[in-house]
Design a protein around this ligand. Structure first.
Ligand code: GDP
Ligand code: MG
Length: 841
């Protein structure tokens, strides 16, 4: 700050010692980082406190505006601070400009009537109200949505877990509500996909009423988004959520007065218990009914900015903007702020050159007069507006909840942080497999009993074979792993809902940074252990496209729960005493491959800069049993649905390919041979023991010959030369081939292929162990099994994942690239294991 040289020394935020407080002077830098950090409250004069370092000293947790946020050291350098409040004073003259009559921050003449973008809306007779829920991440939108609509929606305590909008309906007082739960955003600028999405939803889908969910425990920051919504002039009701936390903190908020200041109804709610929701709906109906008469306040941006806005409005009043679905004033503000999306639209206007020339002139004027760029000027003005309103209505701020502080000093501790994190992961996996094995045995038992029952009850023929071997054998082999999945998701749900997931990102950032990624990438990656599809969708929270693309590519190397059945089957059959170790090793290997891939892609395909690490660390909240249960139930249901449909179809197709062509002639030959042996026994030429031995030999040859000649055998034989160097026989090759549909199908295929003696009801594990080549050597040697498991880990993510990748990357090219990359890599790894391993054993 050259302007203030002398008395003060300006420092950088990164230099602030843990526990110290300072005041913000300004934020340097540009683009997404700067915008985000401004919006999150890093504005001139704001007090900031350095709370805690991550175990690896980076990033750092700061407290600002009653909430906590983590920044990387390299980013904290961009923030200029002063230890003296005066230096950073909120630019006295500017503030006065903002709030002309300090008593009433909202200018009286600022109200104007709604502009009808809807045209002549004729929706009233239907009595259907379209409601969109908008709010900051972790403000409790999903909780309110779930309780109001009874729909099952993901509740995640990590910013932006809700990446897709979800709809639900409910009836209240004769009205039908359609609710949309939109992703959490801090503002409506055009920097993240979420922000753009929410803006588009509001402007294009035109909800009748917006419920702005505001967290009472971080009011100031949450209201920032509210100011943007006010600019958009949309019918709105505010849900003052987390009201219990506010009351608990001993503060009081005169929300009624605040409500009249912004002329928007405010209803206190407690989202997780459903308190206040009926009142909220009443207000929505009220607003809906008087939509046409609604008066909207106008946020006053102060003399300088208002003048520029007025000039821009005059400049543009005759252009085609009147037909757009946004208020002219809003367009002008966004243009002055330099919003890319609005600029793009304006560029299409015939008189855009003139408009941009005027805009640039106004921006220069703002910068000269206010001594700050216009982007910060608007952000400051919005926060100024909020501060003015809260000054009158909110009593003293108190400390951040102690519970959170205490937990954070432990889980983010220099030495304890990582061990605790990995201990947690270890417990999660032990519980998944150890505890899961009991219900697993019960299910296995029932499936076997069912198979035997059907086998006994039905007449011989293809239908019986289809039902017993194709359907019960195929799907039964997958359903057995449901308990594992349920337990795994129980842990993931707890981690997300409690707020620990964000801490994981916090302590992992430095490590992720090494491979060119962001701590935020860690969450999608962790979710990948559950299922790659939601994980790929969760990458939407990552602002930078390059980081997002890399994360999407490496998610498939996070071993999803569909691969788990394959591991468990083989590990418990062949390495029972090292089960936990082997499983952990597989997961670790996947992580290693992911890390190498990420680092490599960052250096070659995506060299662009990384995202800023600005992440909110929400206070710890004990998740409700209900939300954890809903989460768990949703995932399990999805897993079952996934099995029921595609997997059943795939099982039947594979059974079909394995069953046909059915050579009746050869079958008859074998029957004759068997009959002959039986009659030899009757005439006492051979004894019973010899008979049984020869009979089972015949049965075995019959199955082998049949399988080799079946369609699937032919496909397997076709690709066998490629798989041979990995030590895989044609049955393994075929199983892997069919696993492309979904990885759990690898098992159901094996269940069909390794039937061996079909009268013999051994478990698949026994059958695999007994499997031999014609020369008597076992098929599954340790090297083959290791190579096979690694192949399953690495190769072709399932069809659903590829589709998700395509959708999120908006390109088939990248999806196919991922397919070839992963399959090629899997082949190389299995090849290396088998060939190099064979040199030593
Ligand atoms: P979203 O990100 O806005 O969808 O927020 P969520 O609905 O996922 O809620 C985040 C966390 O806050 C969850 O752990 C909820 O259980 C919790 N929560 C939601 N509403 C309230 C509330 O009114 N009071 C308290 N104390 N916690 C709440
Ligand atoms: Mg949500």
């Amino acid at each position: 700050m050259q302007a203030k040289q002398g008395a003060s020394i300006s420092m950088r935020l990164s230099e602030l010692q843990t526990g110290q407080r300072a005041y913000i002077i300004k934020v340097n830098g540009s683009g997404a980082f700067r915008k985000r950090i401004l919006e999150m409250g890093f504005i001139r004069g704001q007090e900031v406190k350095s709370v805690l370092n991550a175990p690896l000293k980076d990033p750092i947790k700061y407290g600002i505006m009653e909430y906590e946020v983590s920044l990387r050291r390299s980013e904290a350098v961009m923030v200029e601070i002063s230890m003296l409040e005066n230096d950073a004073s909120k630019n006295g003259s500017f503030m006065e400009e903002l709030l002309p009559s300090n008593e009433n921050p909202v200018n009286g003449n600022g109200t104007d009537h709604i502009r009808h973008f809807h045209g002549d809306s004729t929706h009233h007779p239907e009595k259907t109200i379209k409601v969109a829920m908008v709010g900051n991440p972790n403000s409790g939108k999903t909780s309110i949505f779930n309780l109001a609509s009874g729909a099952h929606e993901r509740v995640g305590n990590y910013s932006g877990v809700t990446v897709n909008s979800k709809e639900g309906t409910l009836k209240h007082n004769g009205y039908l509500f359609t609710l949309v739960d939109l992703p959490g955003t801090y503002s409506l600028s055009a920097y993240t996909p979420e922000e753009l999405f929410v803006r588009k939803q509001i402007l294009e889908e035109q909800p009748d009423v917006i419920i702005n969910v505001v967290s009472a425990s971080a009011l100031e920051r949450n209201l920032y988004l509210t100011t943007e919504l006010i600019d958009l002039k949309v019918p709105m009701v505010i849900a003052l959520n987390m009201y219990d936390e506010l009351e608990h903190s001993g503060r009081t908020f005169d929300y009624e007065t605040f409500s009249s200041l912004i002329n928007t109804p405010i209803v206190p709610t407690v989202g997780k218990r459903g308190e206040g929701i009926p009142q909220l709906l009443e207000e929505v109906i009220d607003i809906y009914k008087k939509e046409k008469e609604n008066e909207y306040v106008q946020i006053q941006y102060g003399r300088v900015l208002e003048k520029s806005i007025a000039i821009m409005e005059r400049e543009m009043q005759n252009s085609a903007i009147a037909q757009w679905r946004m208020p002219l004033r809003y367009v002008c503000i966004k243009l002055l702020e330099g919003d890319k999306e609005v600029e793009k639209r304006v560029r299409k206007l015939p008189d855009h050159e003139q408009i941009f020339a005027r805009r640039d002139k106004e921006r220069a004027y703002i910068e000269k007069l206010l001594r700050e760029d216009s982007e910060s000027a608007f952000t400051n003005a919005r926060y100024g507006f909020i501060a003015g309103g809260l000054k009158e209505t909110l009593t003293e701020k108190t400390q951040f909840p102690d519970k959170t502080k205490l937990i954070d000093t432990i889980v983010s501790h220099k030495y304890l942080g990582f061990p605790l994190f990995f201990l947690f992961l270890w417990i999660m996996f032990e519980a998944t497999f150890r505890l899961g094995s009991y219900p697993m045995e019960w299910i296995e038992w029932s499936v076997e009993k069912l198979g035997n029952f059907v086998r006994g009850a039905m007449a011989d023929g293809p239908l019986k074979d289809l039902i017993v071997d194709g359907i019960i054998g195929g799907v039964g082999g997958v359903i057995v792993f449901l308990p594992n999945i349920v337990i795994l998701y129980l842990f993931i749900a707890f981690m997300e809902d409690s707020g620990y997931m964000a801490r994981a990102a916090f302590i992992m950032d430095k490590v992720m940074h090494r491979i060119g990624l962001h701590g935020k990438s860690f969450i999608p990656l962790i979710m990948g252990f559950g299922c790659n599809v939601p994980a790929i969708m969760a990458t939407r929270t990552i602002e930078s496209r390059s980081s997002r693309m890399i994360t999407m590519f490496i998610v498939p190397f996070m071993s999803c729960s569909a691969r788990l059945p394959v591991y468990i089957l083989f590990v418990s059959a062949f390495f029972p005493s090292y089960a936990s170790f082997a499983l952990l090793g597989l997961y670790a290997f996947g992580i290693l491959i992911a890390a190498i891939t990420a680092a490599m892609f960052r250096k070659t395909l995506f060299k662009e800069d990384e995202t800023p690490f600005v992440m909110e660390l929400p206070p710890y909240r004990m998740p409700t049993l209900k939300s954890v249960f809903i989460h768990m139930w949703d995932r399990s249901r999805q897993y079952l649905q996934k099995m029921g449909g595609p997997i059943l179809i795939a099982s039947i197709i594979i059974w079909f390919l394995g069953y046909f062509p059915h050579n009746e002639g050869r079958e008859a030959d074998f029957d004759r041979q068997a009959a002959q042996i039986v009659s030899q026994h009757h005439s006492n030429e051979i004894n019973a023991e010899e008979r049984d031995e020869i009979l089972s030999g015949i049965e075995y040859s019959r199955n082998m010959e049949h399988q080799e000649n079946s369609y699937i055998g032919k496909i397997g034989k076709l690709i066998e030369p490629v798989m041979r160097p990995l030590g895989f026989d044609w049955k393994i090759s075929v199983s892997l081939l069919s696993g492309m549909a979904a990885k759990e199908i690898v098992i159901s295929t094996m269940g069909v292929l390794y039937t061996g003696d079909s009268e013999n009801q051994q478990s698949l594990q026994e059958r695999l162990k007994a499997e031999k080549y014609s020369d008597g050597s076992p098929v599954f040697t340790p090297l083959v099994i290791i190579g096979f498991l690694l192949f399953v880990l690495i190769y072709f993510p399932c069809i659903a994942t590829v589709v998700a990748l395509k959708e999120e990357a908006h390109s088939w090219k990248w999806a196919l690239f991922s397919v070839f990359y992963s399959t090629g890599l899997a082949w190389l790894v299995a090849f290396a294991v088998f060939q190099i391993g064979n040199l030593f054993v």
